[in-house]
Each structure stands twice: as structure tokens, then as C-alpha cells.
Design a protein around this ligand. Structure first.
Ligand code: CU
Length: 113
């Protein structure tokens, strides 16, 4: 009688852990964080402080995850969540107000062979 009960408990525990594993495997891929990169050309940067200010300004925008600005080239690499924003939105939001900087989206060249 005791042995039977033990077997039953083991079976229940096994079934429970199995259903846990199935549930977690079935997690939809959409919950994964997706990050896309785009390049901007920003005018008005003359030193490292400007680059820092541009980065901070970009990081405040919705959906922007990372920004790396180079004041010498004016190039800014931006990582963003494509579900929340787009290069067009980032640029127009960045150019709002009077920051002294002006951003432009550098569209990637699409090669077609
Ligand atoms: Cu500066």
C-alpha cells in the first residue's frame, strides 16, 4: 500500500516537471528582445562632450537601447528596438527642439547582384 502511494507521488511529480518543461519551451519568440542597428550622421559635434550629449539625447528616446557617437566623423551608431521605434522616428525626435545638433539617417546601401 505504501509502495503504491510512493509510486503515485513520483508519477505526479514527474508529470508536473514535464508540463513545466513543455510550457517553457513553448514560450513565444516574440517575447525575445530584438535589437536593430542604424547609422546616423549628426552635425554640430565638435568635441567629446558634444558626442556625450548626443548619446544622452538619443538614449532618452523611446526604444533606443544604445548610442555611440564619434564627434570627429559625425557618425553615430544607434541600437534600437524595431517594435518601438524606427530610424525615421529617432531622427525626427532627435531634431525636435533646439539642441544645436542635427541628425540625418544614413540609409544602408542595398546591394543587388
Ligand atoms: Cu563639444
Amino acid at each position: 500500500m505504501r509502495k503504491k502511494l510512493f509510486f503515485f507521488a513520483t508519477a505526479v511529480a514527474l508529470a508536473a516537471s514535464l508540463s513545466w518543461a513543455v510550457q517553457h519551451q513553448a514560450e513565444p519568440a516574440s517575447t525575445k528582445l530584438q535589437i536593430t542597428q542604424c547609422a546616423l550622421k549628426v552635425s554640430g559635434m565638435s568635441c567629446g562632450g558634444c558626442a556625450e550629449a548626443v548619446q544622452q539625447r538619443l538614449l532618452k528616446l523611446d526604444g533606443v537601447k544604445a548610442a555611440t557617437a564619434n564627434h570627429k566623423t559625425g557618425e553615430v551608431q544607434v541600437e534600437y528596438d524595431p517594435k518601438k521605434t524606427s530610424p525615421e522616428k529617432i531622427v525626427s525626435a532627435f531634431n525636435e527642439g533646439n539642441s544645436g545638433f542635427k541628425a540625418e539617417w544614413v540609409k544602408p546601401k542595398t546591394k543587388r547582384d
